[in-house]
Design a protein. Structure first.
Length: 245
């Protein structure tokens, strides 16, 4: 009977649940897709924001206010490579989002999540360029999902957001973008009161512009690390059942 129970434990790894990724894994997998958006404004001033690749053919997501009143824009990748001019392709009138287009192909792309799954207390990872410090990784929580009077949703997040971080991708625990950071409550006494646009608004903006977002692949097989841990745990139980030293 004990052997039968142990065998069931060893063979019972059938649930195809995605394993949560660490902040290190998320940063390693996605940093190459996060970019700096360099802007010369029409008044001659300069501005730097953050963006990320959402389609391999040079489509970059950022916030609308990063590209606002731009005379010229280009993109800096984490390799140091700089693009030719980036053009404003589309912008949302409902939320603070915009799409930029550069001449490129086969760029590494970030995956978008369904932001309707976001819950208060959910762990997040943010990759951005605060104060032009490119590919800075920070972490926090979705503090709350807020609904404005006009029905628009915001994600309140606790991850630190600084100037030049506007447009930073906010990742869920699976390494998928669940929202886009755009602003903070400033002032004495305010701590980590930051806000992001849910990713479903970005999905809608992409589709309106004629692009299909990269969606998460359904996981049908257990990840190797999770499978190994399951076998190790089952072996420990088996040894206790059979009293093996």
């Amino acid at each position: 009977m004990k052997i039968l129970l142990a065998a069931l434990l060893l063979l019972g790894y059938v649930t195809p649940l995605a394993e949560a990724k660490t902040h290190v894994e998320i940063a390693d997998e996605n940093a190459k897709s996060v970019v700096a958006v360099n802007v010369i404004k029409k008044d001659g001033s300069t501005f730097t924001g953050t963006g990320f690749v959402v389609h391999p053919d040079g489509l970059i997501a950022t916030t609308r206010h990063v590209a606002e009143n731009a005379l010229y824009m280009n993109i800096t990748f984490n390799t140091g490579a700089v693009s030719d001019e980036a053009k404003l392709l589309s912008q949302s009138q409902e939320v603070d989002l915009a799409l930029l287009k550069i001449q490129a192909a086969n760029l590494p792309v970030i995956t978008l999540a369904d932001s309707d799954t976001a819950l208060p207390g959910q762990i997040i990872t943010v990759i951005g360029n605060p104060r032009r410090l490119q590919n800075t990784v920070s972490s926090g929580l979705i503090s709350q999902v807020r609904q404005k009077a006009n029905g628009v949703l915001w994600h309140q997040i606790s991850a630190p957001i600084s100037p030049s971080s506007s447009g930073s991708p906010v990742f869920n625990e699976n390494g998928e973008v669940i929202s886009v950071a755009f602003g903070s409550y400033k002032g004495e006494g305010n701590q980590n009161l930051n806000f992001a646009v849910p990713s479903n608004y970005l999905t809608q903006l992409m589709e309106t512009a004629g692009y299909s977002p990269i969606i998460p692949m359904q996981q049908t097989q257990p990840t190797s690390n999770a499978f190994v841990r399951h076998i190790q745990k089952s072996w420990q139980i088996l040894k206790r059942l059979l009293k093996i030293n």
